[in-house]
Ligand binder design. Structure first.
Ligand code: FES
Ligand SMILES: [Fe+2]
Length: 342
């Protein structure tokens, strides 16, 4: 396998760029993918557009501009430098004329599934978009998004961290105080896998929990079920006293050295107290990402691994899928998907 940007950023994989709730109506939003910046915006009808962020006039960042609403409710993005206005196709009207130009910049292809905004970044699809998020959205309440963070690390290091079942005691020790990880099983289905393990947490008295109320969210035994969709999604299915949660971790390769992650949190709340704790749950999820970001900034990338621990099977799965990326010659038939762009 050759090391190049195709294998390092897994071109041909689908990436979830955002959940619709992350975009404010008619407010430009900057997104990065594969070393390119884009401006994304949502109009009143919840239709989503994305253009390259660099203005074709003199290079200003369109995401720093604003949106103007047309009479039909659609909207266009306006450059903050000389106020040229671009529609969803990248066309503009030059001052002194009353006709639209041809497209000046090429829109990014988006695939919208319910509230989920996916993109292959204009590469040929190699794997399908998983439909698990729509299924979760149908059965769970959407609690919110949190911890949208750009981390100075490559995609592979980020994914290895997320599939490392031994790092709770180091990276997350203050939050969880896990006493041991009892690994149960790992099922490997190619680009999909599942891991099951139990992790008892250090016992806390009621008074200790009162001092740190988010401890009420943590059970004495974390029964972890991780469902992994290589490469862009890891779902932590968990049970707590107020109901079931599905904590969805997303990854986006912004460039060779920057990887974005964020969390979409869904829950089936069966306890009135649970309703009150939604904010705390989002905060706790945010702390998890901050701790991961912190350690990823403190490791030497690509250092040779001379020691192997038990239960590194998730990381082995990541490494194998990276190594085999692009080996398959068969092109995926997802025409109906890629043409679904709004
Ligand atoms: S740089 Fe955008 S309008 Fe001039
Ligand atoms: Fe972590």
């Amino acid at each position: 396998m050759k090391i190049n940007s195709t294998t390092q950023m897994l071109q041909g994989a689908p990436w979830l760029l955002a959940h619709k709730s992350m975009l404010k109506t008619n407010k430009p939003h900057k997104i990065s993918l594969y070393g390119q910046d884009y401006v994304m915006w949502k109009d009143k009808q919840e239709s989503i557009q994305a253009l390259p962020n660099i203005c074709p006039h003199m290079g200003a960042m369109l995401s720093e501009g604003w949106c103007e609403v047309n009479s039909d409710g659609t909207s266009e993005v306006v450059c903050p430098f000389h106020a040229l206005k671009f529609d969803k196709d990248g066309c503009t009207v030059l001052p002194g004329t009353d006709k639209k130009t041809l497209p000046q910049i090429r829109p990014l292809k988006l695939i919208i599934r319910d509230d989920f905004i996916w993109s292959y970044g204009d590469y040929k699809p190699v794997i399908h978009i998983p439909d698990i998020l729509e299924k979760i959205a149908d059965n769970y309440e959407f609690i919110g998004h949190t911890a949208d963070t750009s981390i100075k690390t490559d995609l592979k290091s980020m994914l290895l961290n997320m599939h490392d079942y031994n790092h709770q005691n180091g990276t997350h020790r203050e939050l969880f105080e896990i006493t041991e990880v009892r690994f149960e099983k790992f099922t490997d289905n190619g680009h999909h896998s599942e891991a099951f393990y139990d992790a008892p947490t250090a016992p806390k008295t009621f008074w200790e929990k009162l001092k740190q109320p988010k401890q009420f969210l943590l059970p004495d035994l974390i029964k972890a079920h991780l469902e992994n969709y290589f490469p862009s999604l890891v779902i932590f299915h968990g049970d707590s006293f107020f109901g079931k949660i599905a904590q969805c971790h997303l990854f986006v390769p912004e460039s060779l050295t920057k990887t974005r992650t964020y969390i979409l949190l869904f829950a089936k709340i069966n306890n009135p107290l649970g309703k009150l704790l939604k904010k705390q749950f989002l905060e706790m999820s945010k702390t998890v990402v901050e701790q991961d970001a912190d350690i990823l900034n403190k490791i030497y990338p690509n250092s040779p691994q001379k020691i192997k621990l038990n239960n590194e099977v998730g990381m082995d799965w990541v490494k194998r899928n990276f190594d085999n990326w692009g080996e398959s010659k068969s092109e995926l038939k997802v025409n109906s998907e890629v043409n679904l762009k709004q």
